[in-house]
Design a protein around this ligand. Structure first.
Ligand SMILES: *[C@@H]1O[C@H](CO)[C@@H](O)[C@H](O)[C@H]1NC(C)=O
Ligand SMILES: *[C@@H]1O[C@H](CO)[C@@H](O)[C@H](O)[C@H]1NC(C)=O
Length: 355
């Protein structure tokens, strides 16, 4: 049942296809007013007799059956269309001739087709709008060479300056607290390999800080210290801190200046006054008879010929303070019996005498 039905349909189709166009009126669309698209339709007709001489009643697209002079041509050749080839599909550009506008690969017309057919109308114009082929599709773009890049290092501390593209030179830098080990420059070859292996940024540590004699660290001792770690020093009692009270781990893995703890100096004079801190005093009046590191002590010396004194100054350096060579400590006898004749108590020599 189904089969015979199908056969009938097929037969019917073949019949209508093989049938000669019985009447043009059946195939030609009715002229719809207002639908002419900027064209002037010729006189409406049903047969040639309706038209003036040299005109025929033919189907003119949306104008429907119209009186057309068939030999009159449409403009040809047309000005070139950008991104397209324009080809006449019929021998001459006369009425009902067809031309094809084929956009270049990757380009299409506004309606999205790559090809548009235009027909030469009775008004001697090509049907449809002037096609515009627009692109921007991948195939239309110039072929882009895949970019050649050398692999970049994966090291948070290492930074690369310059392009990693082929035939390019780059410079490496290490972040704070690390030093570069290896080549600081590199070159990316065409085959996407580097001339040298990437360098390494090695973290910088400072070793445990050295002990300071007569001092101690005011910090938690660690086995290694990072750059910028700071430690503090204190000196033991009676010792004077010489230098900064702190040391910092430097970017090259060394400690900044370490302080020293300097000892006080005993004054090598007992039975004669000295000048300490601008004050003339007996050594035993000073704490422990000592002066601190760096302090100046002025001694009184006796002129070899005159009964007058002159001074000589020495400086305490880390427990070492020697009396000037001209100084002679009075004997206990002199000190006890003739205190006013002690070298620190007699008159000062006239500067002229010393000159
Ligand atoms: C150390 O301190 C200096 C100055 O404050 C700074 O520039 C540097 O980045 C620091 N380094 C580290 C490893 O923190
Ligand atoms: C480490 O760096 C400091 C300051 O930048 C410098 O004074 C010292 O000489 C350097 N030490 C070494 C061993 O390079």
């Amino acid at each position: 049942m189904m089969k015979s039905h199908l056969l009938l349909v097929l037969l019917l189709c073949v019949c209508c296809l093989s049938q000669p166009p019985a009447d043009v009126t059946e195939q030609c669309p009715e002229r719809i007013l207002g639908n002419e698209r900027r064209r002037i339709c010729s006189k409406k007709c049903l047969q040639d007799e309706d038209c003036a001489s040299k005109r025929q009643c033919v189907c003119d697209g949306q104008c429907g059956l119209s009186c057309v002079a068939p030999g009159r041509p449409c403009p040809w050749p047309l000005p070139p269309v950008r991104h397209a080839e324009v080809t006449l599909l019929t021998p001459s550009p006369v009425f009902s001739a067809l031309l094809e506008v084929r956009c270049h690969p990757g380009y299409t017309t506004a309606n999205g087709f790559s090809t548009t057919i235009r027909r030469c109308q009775g008004d001697r114009q090509w049907s449809g709008d002037e096609p515009v082929c627009t692109g921007g599709f991948p195939a239309a773009e110039p072929v882009v060479e895949p970019e050649i890049h050398c692999p970049m290092p994966i090291d948070g501390l290492l930074s690369v300056q310059g392009s990693a593209g082929a035939d390019a030179l780059v410079h490496y830098r290490c972040g704070p607290g690390s030093v570069l080990v290896g080549h600081s420059e590199n070159f990316c070859h065409e085959n996407q390999t580097w001339r040298y292996p990437h360098p390494i940024c090695q973290r910088v540590f400072c070793p445990s800080p050295v002990e300071v004699d007569h001092g101690y660290l005011v910090a938690v001792q660690k086995s290694e210290y990072n750059v910028n770690d700071t430690i503090y020093y204190l000196c033991k009692k009676t010792f004077l801190l010489d230098g900064p009270n702190q040391a910092t781990c430097q970017s090259n893995g060394t400690w900044s200046t370490m302080p020293s703890c300097r000892a006080r100096c005993p004054i090598p004079a007992q039975r004669s006054r000295v000048i300490v801190g601008g004050v003339k005093r007996w050594p035993y009046d000073l704490t422990d008879g000592m002066v601190t590191h760096g302090e100046k002590v002025t001694f009184f010396c006796k002129h070899p010929e005159k009964q007058c004194s002159f001074t000589a100054t020495q400086t305490c350096y880390d427990g070492q303070l020697s009396a000037p060579t001209c100084y002679l400590d009075p004997t206990w006898f002199q000190y006890k019996l003739y205190p006013h004749r002690l070298v620190s108590e007699i008159v000062s020599c006239d500067p002229a005498v010393l000159a």
